[in-house]
Design a protein around this ligand. Structure first.
Ligand SMILES: *Cc1c(COP(=O)(O)O)cnc(C)c1O
Length: 383
């Protein structure tokens, strides 16, 4: 065996033993919100396609029209071929929705975070991050060379302590949090974070990947608070509720100008295809005009939680913590055999000992589907 293959096998061995090897299974997603895997039809409770826009006729038609008019690819980085008019329109639309001066589109949420954080923060600075923040916020932070400290999840006393201890030793400081936590479904206390940021001269950045489209009248997690908290850096993705692909940051004009000039994951990568941008614009049209539709995923999550006696969810994400990875995957397999696609989430995506079934709800789940799912969970002793 060559040394590369034996390296890979050696690295995999303990992961296989701990039930942590991952397999990406061929799965076809259907228009109905169902999926086909191994010839079996399943109802998916694990997509981030909360509003089912990946298959919405208006959204699909917008993408088709863009292909007919502009082709499938974008040719190069926007800094080389120039800005597509649809990209500029999407930036202006997002800025308007998020009440910020301007916005910048990236080719994914991950690329947004690994681009903007090192643009704004350097080695002499400090980042305070919620311990449950998404992996790409950690990846972006690790590119800065700054001191990165994590505070206990949503624990403002702990953050306060760290600010008192460490803020003064650094030039600039950034507080980073998910708006909706992707594996737990709870919200960050953005109101308190905004106050702490202001009083400690820190910049606040929220990652609203799971908020846009589904909470706060479709405008995201910041809009769950009254008065609106001041969040100068509002980041998110176009690949979840929006149903398309891409990422964005909404901020003031000078900040966006700096990002467009310096963010490496914007400058050195190809722009989004026009069809993805057109689809996102069509999805935002619906989000802005049909608030009842946008509320459905959260209502379905609430129905699910109520049927199981779980605390009321604040987002369409509801976890059931199992603990052990192998047991979690066994439960996921049992649910699949019953016709429900629910993904088991294991370390390192979540902390050791907190492996879980993570349920996400969409606008198209019917009450019957949810009742059947909860019945299966009870029948097999999962809850
Ligand atoms: C999914 C996700 C991202 C990454 O977005 P992509 O567009 O899929 O790259 C970033 N942050 C959070 C909190 C997410 O859940």
């Amino acid at each position: 065996m060559n040394s590369l293959d034996s390296f890979a096998r050696k690295k995999l061995k303990p992961l296989i033993e701990q039930g942590l090897k991952r397999d990406i299974l061929v799965t076809e997603r259907l228009q109905t919100g169902q999926v086909i895997r191994d010839g079996q039809q399943l109802i998916s409770f694990c997509c981030n396609d909360y509003l089912n826009f990946t298959h919405h006729p208006k959204v699909c038609q917008a993408a088709k029209n863009a292909i007919d008019q502009y082709g499938v690819g974008s040719g190069a980085s926007r800094l080389i071929t120039g800005n597509h008019p649809l990209i500029r329109a999407l930036e202006q639309r997002l800025a308007k929705i998020k009440d910020s001066e301007d916005a910048c589109i990236f080719s994914s949420g991950y690329m947004t975070n690994i681009g903007i954080i090192p643009t704004l923060i350097g080695a002499q600075d400090i980042i305070f991050m919620d311990e449950l923040s998404h992996a790409c916020l950690r990846a972006g932070s690790s590119l800065t060379g700054a001191t990165v400290v994590t505070y206990r999840h949503n624990d403002m006393d702990h953050l306060c302590e760290l600010l008192n201890q460490l803020r003064k030793n650094h030039q600039n400081a950034l507080i980073i949090t998910d708006g909706v936590f992707s594996m737990d479904g709870d919200l960050a206390p953005l109101d308190q974070l905004a106050v702490l940021a202001r009083t400690n001269d820190c910049w606040l950045m929220s990652d609203d990947a799971h908020g846009l489209g589904v909470i706060g009248n479709g405008k995201g997690s910041r809009y769950m608070f009254d008065p609106l908290p001041d969040i100068p850096l509002q980041m998110g993705t176009l690949s979840k509720a929006i149903g398309s692909f891409g990422g964005y940051i909404c901020a003031s004009k000078p900040v966006i100008e700096l990002i467009k000039t310096r963010a490496r994951s914007l400058i050195y990568t190809t722009a989004l295809p026009p069809a993805s941008v057109a689809a996102a614009l069509a999805a935002l049209d619906i989000i802005e005009n049909d608030h009842d539709y946008c509320r459905r995923p959260l209502e379905n999550a609430k129905t699910f939680a109520q049927l199981l006696g779980l605390p009321e969810p604040h987002s369409p994400i509801v976890p059931i913590i199992i603990g052990d990875s192998e047991r979690t995957m066994k439960f996921a397999a049992i649910l699949a055999a019953q016709g429900f696609l629910v993904t088991g989430i294991r370390p390192p995506t979540v902390a050791k000992g907190t492996a879980r079934l993570r349920f996400t709800f969409s606008a198209r789940h019917q009450q019957d589907n949810i009742i059947a799912l909860t019945a299966a969970l009870k029948q097999h002793g999962i809850v």
